[in-house]
Write a protein that binds this ligand. Sequence first.
Ligand SMILES: NC(=O)c1ccc[n+]([C@@H]2O[C@H](COP(=O)([O-])OP(=O)(O)OC[C@H]3O[C@@H](n4cnc5c(N)ncnc54)[C@H](OP(=O)(O)O)[C@@H]3O)[C@@H](O)[C@H]2O)c1
Length: 277
Amino acid sequence: MSFHPQTWFITGAARGIGAHTVQAALAAGHNVVATARNRHSITTTHDRLLALDLDVTVEAQAHAAVQAAVARFGRIDVLLNNAGYGQLGLFEESTAADAQAQFDTNVFGLFHVTRAVLPVMRQQRAGRVLNISSIAGMRGRTGTSLYSASKFAVEGFSEALAQEVAAFGTFVTIVQPGAFRTDFLDGQSMRTGSRPLADYAAQSAQVTEGFGARNHQQPGDPARLAAALLQLAAHPTPPLRFAAGNDAVEIVGAKIEALRAELEAWRALSVTTDGVF
Ligand SMILES: NC(=O)c1ccc[n+]([C@@H]2O[C@H](COP(=O)([O-])OP(=O)(O)OC[C@H]3O[C@@H](n4cnc5c(N)ncnc54)[C@H](OP(=O)(O)O)[C@@H]3O)[C@@H](O)[C@H]2O)c1
């Protein structure tokens, strides 16, 4: 494939997957707009890098960042909606505020940034939107109720959006990382429910220990994920969904089989509900 320099716009770019993608895109020769809640937390400097403040929960900041990006580079070819965190805990131990905050970042924040960037891509009649979901956007498990809800929302949104913007040469790809070695399960990123309940104490302890044991031990390498994202963004026909990592491939495959088996097991009853009007 011949090399075409692109302008990337990345959210949550100071740490983890976002930071690795900044490095990879710069190394490949692309322009990068790296955004973070505090732009000073982006330590990389480069003449093809523009670092901007963007808390994705603040829509006005998204519009201002996009304006600054276009003023500097003239276009945005790739939007990487990466900013997010895991509200990992049991639903009944979470408050309405916990749920609201999770959706404010992972869902409404992603909407804000997408809404700000799409007019640029529509005008260009070209663009790539890479939305970071998760295997939790495919499968719910004990301890992921709110996080999975937010990532399932990202999946449904992205699947529909892909059809709406295809006419403008814009592709949407949902990226489903398995477990990657970032700060994701660390105390500085992950949040747990703020309403402990005695009935859930044992289950909650198990969940917390499970995530704690995996913190910074995850098999996925964020640098390699960044390299894969660059390939997806350069591909002429990118996929709608992309599972990242052996664990993700296994989990998505098992989910497809479980869905198929359940559909067949209940087919006879399912097909009885059409009206005879
Ligand atoms: N690592 C995994 O195993 C894994 C698996 C599946 C999906 N993911 C997804 O991958 C994405 C990146 O996570 P990561 O693994 O790289 O975790 P990370 O190391 O914790 O990085 C998360 C980044 O998101 C940023 N962020 C959080 N809230 C934000 C907000 N309101 N506005 C702007 N930025 C915000 C953080 O910024 P600050 O530096 O300001 O806190 C941080 O840079 C997330 O969407 C996550 O759900 C991760």
